[in-house]
Design a protein around this ligand. Structure first.
Ligand code: FES
Length: 179
């Protein structure tokens, strides 16, 4: 039994089928040396389907494109918009770039960790929230910065965490309603 087949017991078969047909529609010639150029495009699609790129999805992509697994994992670790960890419905990212760090982002992170009872990189047990850290997001004038989806919170201090979480809870609830 292949590892991909093994993994299908965990991740929905339907998503693998969608990814498979996405790659097929690209009409990539397995002998085309430019096929690596499709890798990022396929990984974006895979992440949008599965929410993250665990090892077995990486292997599936590698096999479909006829490239090495190490090549796929190399691209994933190079671009920080790819993630190998599952995310919650609402992901909260704390910037740990230099400007944010010197202005106290570590304390902000700690407060989120205490509030959510998870560590950075974790997901709450109900799957609603995840927490991670980012490198500079290019908004240093607003340091410390927290991002929730596309929304940027600036000049954040630990006392603001409760209000930000109120927004996050509303966002998670509205996502549930719009399912
Ligand atoms: S260091 Fe945080 S936005 Fe630049």
């Amino acid at each position: 039994m292949s590892e991909v087949t093994e993994y299908k017991k965990i991740l929905p078969e339907e998503l693998y089928r969608k990814l498979d047909s996405f790659v097929e529609d690209l009409g990539i010639d397995s002998k085309d040396p430019r096929k690596k150029g499709y890798l990022i495009q396929v990984l974006h699609k895979a992440q949008s389907l599965f929410g993250y790129l665990p090892e077995e999805v990486q292997k599936f992509v590698a096999r479909k494109l006829g490239v090495c697994h190490s090549e796929v994992s190399g691209v994933i670790s190079f671009y920080n918009f790819f993630t190998t960890l599952p995310k919650g419905k609402v992901n909260i990212s704390i910037c740990m770039g230099t400007a944010c760090f010197v202005r106290g982002s570590e304390k902000v992170l700690k407060e989120f960790e205490n509030f959510l009872h998870i560590k950075s990189g974790g997901v709450t047990s109900d799957g609603k929230f995840s927490l991670d850290v980012l490198r500079c997001v290019g908004a240093c004038g607003l340091a410390p910065v927290v991002m929730v989806g596309d929304r940027v919170y600036g000049n954040v201090n630990p006392k603001m965490v409760g209000d930000i979480m109120t927004d996050c809870i509303k966002l998670a609830n509205s996502m549930e309603e719009n399912k």
